[in-house]
Design a protein around this ligand. Structure first.
Ligand code: FAD
Ligand code: GLY
Length: 374
């Protein structure tokens, strides 16, 4: 029996946050979009994320176009999350807690000062806090912490609920979502369109967006360009919140801790190489437990009630691959957002929608050229 044939002007491979956000933005601009997801939407890196919107803590070393992108995305969030909530009719946690990047040694204060200096040129609200000010902000932090960079503008969301709402918002805007499609593969690649094979039928499209996260390199041979994106496992765990609260996102050199509105204290995350294995290990979680207790002594002796892991899509140079393939112009790549895909989802969606419409995005994409590793 021949397989059912579907046509959509735009097909997106991958229903993680990058694919869903692109679909939402495109649908808002009146495009007809189909998402093909081999498993469940948000079932991979996206569903595992801590949900921090923290460009100043995460991208602290260099004011380049990647920082510009992340900075802009953070500022897009208030309106973006409202739009997702309004269109979906669903709520999710958007917490404007602020963050504290803590240090234990005098020598590390220098790095905070360097950061403060260049970030103040970007109008980043930031301050180095110590002593009583620090303890007033975060009463239960260990006395071993001597100083912290305070970023009141860094926020966090609850990723599993955000992704559920975004999926619903897409559906309400008419996006077709096919889940459990099995591995989507290219049957035909032409400059004016593609033909895709799935377990749920054949799809043709005028334009195809590859938003397949840590699996993107598997398309390299077929699209005849090196797409060196590899999985970096992030193991993460959560404690039940009982009594004492953690008010901010707490970053340290060894990990982060933050409290969610659902009553959990999330501690993340490892960065290990395990291929496509997304299970947790005793060693990985053990290290997180040790660090969480060091930061918050009240966690001593408590056991995390939930442990999980996800595969971050990492690239060789730390920058995502975003752009149209010059030799197959019907294909756009948007993958490799590594530690910041949740943060980058609004700005990335706007860039990708501009590319689909053949408009020049506001941010230069030179740094993110998808064929730069060729
Ligand atoms: P994914 O969510 O992995 O989605 C890709 C999708 O493509 C998958 O669902 C997969 O099934 C599908 N797919 C792949 N190949 C195919 C195929 N051939 N056919 C069909 N479908 C296919 N980011 C932040 O901004 N803030 C955070 O606090 C944060 N915390 C994190 C904590 C952890 C522990 C981890 C692991 C990540 C964290 N991240 C965070 C990073 C963030 O999760 C990722 O950058 C983001 O989820 C990447 O989104 P994505 O859509 O590209 O990938
Ligand atoms: N951005 C946090 C993480 O990737 O673990």
């Amino acid at each position: 029996m021949s397989k059912q044939h579907h046509h959509a002007p735009i097909v997106i491979i991958g229903g993680g946050i990058i694919g869903l956000a692109a679909a939402f933005e495109l649908a808002r601009r009146d495009h007809r979009v189909t998402i093909l997801e081999k498993g469940r939407c948000g079932g991979q890196a996206t569903g595992a994320a801590a949900g921090m919107l923290a460009p100043y803590s995460e991208i602290g070393d260099d004011p380049d176009d990647f920082f510009t992108m992340a900075h802009r995305s953070l500022h897009m969030y208030p309106k973006w999350q409202e739009a997702v909530k309004e269109v979906s009719g669903m709520d999710f946690e958007y917490n404007t807690s602020g963050s504290l990047h803590v240090v234990f040694h005098e020598a590390d204060e220098l790095a905070l000062e360097t950061r403060l200096e260049w970030q103040s040129g970007w109008n980043v609200q930031a301050d180095i806090v110590r002593g009583e000010t620090l303890r007033e902000l975060e009463p239960h932090i260990t006395d071993d912490v001597i100083a912290a960079m305070y970023y009141p503008g860094e926020h966090h969301i609850y990723a599993p609920d955000y992704v559920r709402a975004l999926k619903q918002a897409c559906i309400r805007l008419g996006v077709q979502i096919a889940e459990e499609t099995g591995e989507v593969t290219f049957k035909e690649l032409r400059s004016d369109g593609v033909l895709l094979h799935t377990e749920k039928g054949i799809y043709s499209a005028d334009q195809c967006l590859i938003c397949s996260g840590a699996w993107t390199s598997l398309f390299s041979e077929r699209v005849q360009v090196r797409l060196p994106i590899f999985p970096i496992r992030g193991q993460i765990c959560a404690y039940k919140q009982e009594g004492k609260h953690i008010r901010h996102i707490i970053f340290s050199s060894q990990g982060y801790v933050l409290e969610k509105a659902n009553g959990s204290i999330v501690c993340g995350a490892s960065e290990d190489i395990a291929g496509y294995d997304s299970s947790v290990t005793e060693k990985g979680i053990g290290r997180l437990v040790k660090w969480s207790e060091r930061l918050f002594p009240f966690l001593k002796g408590k056991e995390p009630f939930h442990r999980w892991a996800g595969l971050r899509p990492a690239t060789q140079d730390g920058y995502p691959l975003i752009g149209r393939l010059p030799h197959i112009p019907s294909v756009i790549i948007s993958s490799g957002h590594y530690r910041n895909g949740i943060l980058l989802s609004p700005v990335n969606a706007g860039i990708v929608a501009d590319l689909v419409e053949n408009n020049q995005p506001e941010i230069s994409l030179a740094l993110f050229d998808p064929v730069r590793f060729q």
